[in-house]
Design a protein around this ligand. Structure first.
Ligand code: ATP
Ligand code: MG
Length: 379
């Protein structure tokens, strides 16, 4: 079978790598150049979008910020999974919040801000501190403002006003959200088939640094939370009649979960599944969109993932730590850019934590500024 992925980044690349053993050929549509490329060697090209659509048995996406015209032609081919609606919901926080409300899934108190009146209304009805997020095109903590004190209101509004007015689409808005005093951030990656079967991976604990995911930890020890998250997953995935892998980010407050946001795709917090689960998220996504039986999402060994951000080398002796595996994305280095990730596993949590401590000793603090602190605080 043949799959076209909209987007030619690391997620398409990892889908291609996971699909090869199944004899599924993955090509990627580079939204920048408008060309269909090999996801591994992006300099090899195969034509334009129409060629890619004609070639593919199934079309999917590796990110949600895709031009709606592109989504619409793909949908018209009858091959797009998940649907364009599901991808659009993931790319617009207004639609996302509306979906959460309609599905009765708990999330942070929020207001949509289109103008100064809405902004003032949000400040008076929500309780400070607030986080203000762009409705469109936000990722990795970009397009966000934080307001802890009412004295900041004027400066933040002037920033937001130029941000909204500077948007060429004229569609931009802001979501003002109450800051959630969370104990932890966790996420659930799960998969849904076309006939409505769902499988969820174990909840993953996520540690962010400067708004970007830094470490994910999957140990399978949160049974009560797992049940809550699976229920939210089913509600959201069923409401979207979703096909493929879907990720949900949560805030944990005490023993409750609030949804932060959803991602209609394979997700950075699911990269651990490559070494830690029966079937990795990339293979399961491709299986779902090709309408093949889904694979087991069982955790086979506790696993952690560490993002490599902004650097294109790491000390090679990390490879001498048992079960460490290195995944590079083949991208040109830029400050802060997601360049690769490291997965490490153990037969049990104790062994994993021991190996993580060995890793933390080797990884340079300048390139992994907060990783050692996070790892040393794990118990
Ligand atoms: P990414 O693409 O990395 O998922 P994003 O740009 O889509 O990020 P969010 O996930 O909404 O943005 O926010 C980034 C981070 O900011 C969250 O992981 C969390 O640490 C913090 N954050 C966001 N919303 C809230 C909130 N309401 N309360 C507290 N912290 C928040
Ligand atoms: Mg997020």
């Amino acid at each position: 079978m043949k799959v076209l992925v909209l987007g030619a980044g690391q997620l398409a690349r990892m889908m291609a790598l996971a699909s090869k053993p199944l004899n599924i050929d993955v090509r990627a549509y580079d939204v920048g150049s408008g060309l269909v490329v090999d996801p591994l060697s992006t300099s090899t090209t195969f034509g334009d979008l129409a060629d890619g659509i004609a070639y593919a048995d199934a079309i999917t996406a590796e990110f949600e910020h895709i031009n709606h015209d592109v989504l619409d032609v793909c949908e018209a081919s009858g091959k797009l999974y998940p649907s364009s609606q599901a991808i659009k919901v993931g790319g617009d926080r207004r639609l996302e919040k509306a979906l959460l409300e309609q599905s009765g899934v708990a999330n942070a108190n929020h207001k949509i801000v289109n103008n100064k009146t809405d902004f003032d209304d949000a400040i008076s009805t929500l309780t400070l501190p607030l986080i203000l997020k762009s409705a469109l095109a936000g990722y990795d903590g970009k397009g966000q403002w934080r307001m802890t004190d009412i004295a900041q209101a004027e400066d933040i509004w002037s920033d937001i006003q130029s941000f909204i007015e500077g948007d060429v689409s004229g569609q931009q808005a802001i979501i003002a959200e109450q800051m959630v005093p969370f104990d932890r951030e966790v996420s659930m990656v799960g998969v849904r088939s076309k006939n409505g079967e769902t499988f969820a991976y174990p909840l993953t604990e996520n540690h962010h640094s400067k708004g970007v995911l830094s470490v994910s930890l999957a140990v399978n020890e949160h049974q009560g939370l797992q049940a809550q998250a699976s229920e939210a997953f089913d509600q959201i995935a069923n409401a979207l009649d979703y096909v493929g892998v879907l990720a949900i980010e949560f805030f944990q407050v005490g023993s409750s979960l609030l949804v932060n946001e959803i991602a209609p795709r394979v997700h950075n917090s699911g990269h651990w599944t490559q070494q830690g689960a029966d079937t990795c998220q990339f293979e399961n996504h491709v299986r779902a969109v090709c309408q093949k039986p889904l694979g087991s999402t069982t955790l086979v060994r506790p696993t952690a993932m560490i993002n490599v951000l902004g650097v294109d080398t790491v000390p090679e002796n990390i490879l001498s730590i048992p079960s460490v595996s290195m995944h590079w994305y083949g991208k040109t280095q830029r400050p802060g850019r997601k360049m690769g990730h490291i997965n490490v596993s153990g037969q049990d949590k104790t062994e994993l934590l021991h190996r993580l401590a060995l890793l933390a000793d080797i990884l340079p603090t300048k390139d992994f500024p907060d990783v050692a602190d996070y790892i040393n605080n794990l118990s």
